[in-house]
Design a protein around this ligand. Structure first.
Ligand SMILES: Cc1cc2nc3c(=O)[nH]c(=O)nc-3n(C[C@H](O)[C@H](O)[C@H](O)COP(=O)(O)OP(=O)(O)OC[C@H]3O[C@@H](n4cnc5c(N)ncnc54)[C@H](O)[C@@H]3O)c2cc1C
Length: 304
């Protein structure tokens, strides 16, 4: 049985994935997909090696088979991954090659020399299920696990996978008018069901324009009402963002939504229910009817 592998393709969970991987009790080899800064963050998490793949231009399906083949050769004892689109694809391919069971929403793994015990969140995070397996396991780590202790940095090696060789990027133009700009926005205004009616979205747009912010929404405004494209939703089902400011308008603060915005430096919430969960997560909260608060807020910003 080899080392533990950790695979990270997401900035927010890099350190917590390392924390879970290290708890297994073996050396951890880290594989990072994405920018150099992400690899440097992982390198300070007490891992034995870091290999970075500059995989931004290629969908994970394109290189997953190569990667899984490497797993078959090196036979990691466990593979621990961040919960993002790239890592989930790799989890499937690696598990298939290793004939390993896969667990999602994992909060801890431990190895007693024979069996691996895995704890995973179940019932929308209301309970913990304990699983056991012999042989390698593949675990997708739940959001919000504690970070690994910082350690002296490990050198980052640049990795290559055969399938990357097929394309070279010739140019890379900024996305057009349909793009949400959420990934890079410094300020984001989020809207939830509390906005009440489609015509009230104009107020959200006015706040976004006053703040020079991008707009996001909760899942029901996309899936149930079709007021937004899926690319505008943040949360566990879609994407995670880390702006400097996130203003949540009529958003309850469900865990699936919060997982997408926890990386924000400052969260401001407007909600008419003083007990709404979002108020436990925000730095500043306004209790009030969002349709009344928004025009006053826009006016105050414009007159500031
Ligand atoms: C497997 C799974 C995956 C999911 N993935 C995601 C995801 O990726 N992203 C996501 O967003 N959701 C996701 N969800 C849905 C999530 O669980 C919540 O249902 C959703 O985020 C709630 O959206 P909301 O806050 O707009 O609505 P609600 O929870 O209904 O909240 C509306 C809020 O508006 C407030 N309000 C009402 N009227 C007013 C008013 N006039 N002024 C001010 N406030 C008002 C209410 O007090 C309430 O707090 C997922 C769910 C599941 C089961």
């Amino acid at each position: 049985m080899g080392n533990v592998w950790m695979i990270v393709a997401d900035d927010l969970s890099a350190s917590s994935v390392a924390g879970v991987a290290r708890a297994f009790g073996r050396e951890v080899d880290a594989f990072v997909f994405g920018p150099a800064a992400r690899a440097e963050q992982v390198a300070r998490c007490g891992v034995s090696s870091v290999t970075r793949f500059d995989a931004e231009a290629a969908p994970a399906e394109g290189f997953a088979k190569d990667f899984a083949h490497r797993a078959l050769e090196e036979r990691p004892a466990a593979v621990v991954l961040s919960d993002d689109a790239t890592a989930r694809v790799l989890a499937g391919f690696v598990a298939a090659e290793l004939h390993a069971p896969v667990a999602t929403s994992v909060v801890s793994i431990a190895f007693d020399g024979e069996k691996t015990t895995v704890e995973q969140m179940v019932a929308e995070d209301a309970g913990v299920q304990v699983l056991e397996a012999t042989g390698p396991v593949v675990c997708v780590v739940a959001d919000g696990c504690p970070d690994a202790e910082e350690a002296a940095p490990t050198a980052v090696q640049e990795g290559t996978l055969d399938s990357f060789a097929s394309f070279g990027v010739v140019s890379n133009e900024a996305a057009g008018a349909g793009a949400t700009g959420l990934a890079t926005a410094e300020r984001v205004v989020g809207v939830g069901l509390g906005i009440g009616a489609k015509e009230n979205l104009a107020m959200v747009d006015e706040l976004a324009s006053a703040l020079d912010a991008a707009v996001t929404c909760t899942l029901p405004l996309c899936d149930n009402y079709h007021w937004f494209e899926h690319s505008s939703v943040v949360g566990t089902s879609t994407q995670k963002i880390s702006p400097r400011l996130y203003v949540a308008c009529g958003v309850s603060g469900a865990p699936q939504h919060l997982a997408g915005v926890r990386g924000a430096k400052v969260i401001v919430a407007i909600n008419n229910d003083p007990d709404a969960p979002i108020f436990r997560e925000c730095a500043y909260g306004i209790v009030g009817d969002v349709t009344k608060v928004l025009p006053s807020l826009v006016e105050a910003i414009e007159n500031a």
